[in-house]
Design a protein around this ligand. Structure first.
Ligand SMILES: Cc1ncc(COP(=O)(O)O)c(C=O)c1O
Length: 469
């Protein structure tokens, strides 16, 4: 076999074009074979089919690029849970914009590595300017806000706790029961005391309980509030929490992984009032920002808050190189080799502009409200609450928790819908996390029909659940 061509240089695009053609055909064919939001049949069907289409993974003699791309991409697309389908709405699993995926291809072809300037001369400028611009959206009133790019909310939350530990030593984290699990995991990873969990009886952090905890505990505190909870999409009372932190001398981190992009919507940004009072903010643009994973951000109000991340590795940031003016990028992450995720984000922001992004956000939230309306009007469905962002919790009125869980799995097994599950008010709910700006009222009607028909069939024939059809 001839030496395979490379993706970069002036010859790269010529080599890529026919390969991309094969990839795009495979994506199309796989999606057409699937014909729905996910493959029917559950793991018993999908696993063997995927294996037989993709093996051997390491043959003695290769198949050549077109066949391998055709095989593997078709198999993955056929077996995908595709968030571009309006009935794939379980998680904060976004349907990426085509333009962001196209930009990500350029990132792969150029392959800048963000750990030293000599691997990413222009990409390092783009990343620095983009992170400053995003940090300025979050902290418009501080002189030198900054942000680092992360693999997502989990890494951003870990970094936030790490920076707080570097400022204060073994800081006590205080969060609500609605907080994302990555906070507790970060305390474990960083050797910090386990978080104190404040109740969230109405879905958001209870202020009186927070006040009490801050009064009783006598060491440096980091309060973690959430703007867009994973289960219900609710937003903690950020400004009131910031007031309590100020009164008690505690620091505040806000996990706005989900809700942060509301900043771009003139209609919805007021919900984030108080965000700029946090010592750090997590933002994830692979949720309500329509980016392919990964596209996380940790923002801080002052550039120097990131100083603890600085690190020295002579092959990447030798002192004399830095003194001679080569930017030192190593301290912008705990990772070494790092993709230029800034490119797809910058392309998206430039292509859509503020108004385009606001329109996507507003439209997605309006879709969630429309689903909530349909549920409220439906005689056999109950709505948990009006959506704060784009998460809608609902359940059939006559189903117990076991049936609700079985409805979800049955829809998965039949390849009909991908809905999530969440506990609230001591009951299990179906969760629709709407992130697809193309979802129509007809799609929502069809989703409700799927749920109610599945419910009726399960209540009539309880043994039918969990089986393919
Ligand atoms: C509120 C919140 N924070 C953090 C995360 C973790 O983000 P990631 O999956 O990008 O690491 C999630 C994930 O859903 C989340 O909902």
């Amino acid at each position: 076999m001839p030496t395979p061509p490379l993706a970069g240089g002036t010859a790269g695009p010529t080599a890529l074009r026919p390969l991309l053609d094969t990839v795009l055909t495979a994506l199309h064919d796989g999606a057409a074979r699937r014909g729905g939001p996910l493959p029917a049949g559950g793991p018993d069907t999908v696993t063997p089919r995927t294996r037989s289409a993709t093996h051997p993974l390491i043959p003695d003699h290769g198949t050549g690029p077109h066949q391998a791309l055709r095989n593997l991409v078709t198999a993955l697309a056929e077996g995908a849970a595709d968030p571009a389908h309006p009935h794939c709405a379980a998680h904060l699993h976004t349907p990426p914009l085509a333009l962001a995926a196209a930009a990500d291809l350029a990132a792969s072809a150029l392959n800048p590595s963000m750990d030293s300037w000599d691997q990413a001369p222009a990409a390092s400028t783009l990343e620095a300017d983009l992170t400053t611009a995003l940090a300025t959206e979050i902290y418009p009133h501080t002189p030198s806000p900054d942000a680092v790019i992360t693999t997502g909310g989990t890494e951003a939350n870990q970094l936030a706790l790490l920076l707080a530990r570097e400022r204060h030593g073994p800081i006590q984290t205080i969060c609500a029961t609605n907080t994302h699990h990555s906070i507790a995991r970060a305390t474990w990873l960083l050797g910090l005391p386990e978080p104190v969990a404040i109740p969230a009886p109405t879905g958001v952090m209870d202020l009186a309980a927070l006040d009490e905890a801050l009064t009783e505990l006598h060491r440096p505190h980091l309060v973690v509030a959430t703007a867009g909870t994973t289960d219900t999409g609710e937003i903690d009372p950020l400004d009131a929490i910031a007031d309590l932190c100020a009164t008690h001398g505690a620091e505040l981190h806000i996990d706005a992984a989900y809700g942060g992009p509301l900043l771009f919507s003139p209609t919805h940004r007021t919900r984030l009032h108080g965000l700029d009072r946090a010592h750090s903010v997590t933002l994830d643009l692979h949720k309500l920002g329509w980016q392919p994973a990964s596209a996380g951000i940790l923002a801080v109000p002052e550039h120097h808050h990131l100083t603890p991340l600085h690190h020295h590795a002579p092959y990447l940031n030798a002192d004399d190189d830095t003194e001679a003016g080569l930017p030192d990028l190593l301290g912008r992450s705990l990772r070494t080799t790092r993709r230029p995720d800034a490119l797809k984000i910058a392309v998206t922001l430039q292509a859509l502009g503020r108004t385009g992004l606001a329109d996507l956000i507003d439209r997605t939230i309006a879709t969630a409200h429309h689903l909530a309306d349909l549920i409220t009007q439906h005689p056999t469905l109950a709505l948990y609450d009006r959506p704060t962002i784009s998460t809608v919790l609902f359940r059939p009125t006559h189903a117990d928790d076991h049936t609700v869980a079985t409805i979800r799995r049955t829809l998965l097994h039949r390849g009909h819908a991908v809905l999530g599950r969440a506990h609230a008010e001591n009951r299990l709910w179906l969760k629709a996390t709407l992130l697809n700006p193309h979802t129509t009222p007809e799609d929502l009607h069809a989703l409700i029909d799927l749920v109610t028909r599945t419910t009726t069939s399960l209540l009539t024939h309880p043994t039918e659940g969990d089986t393919p059809r």
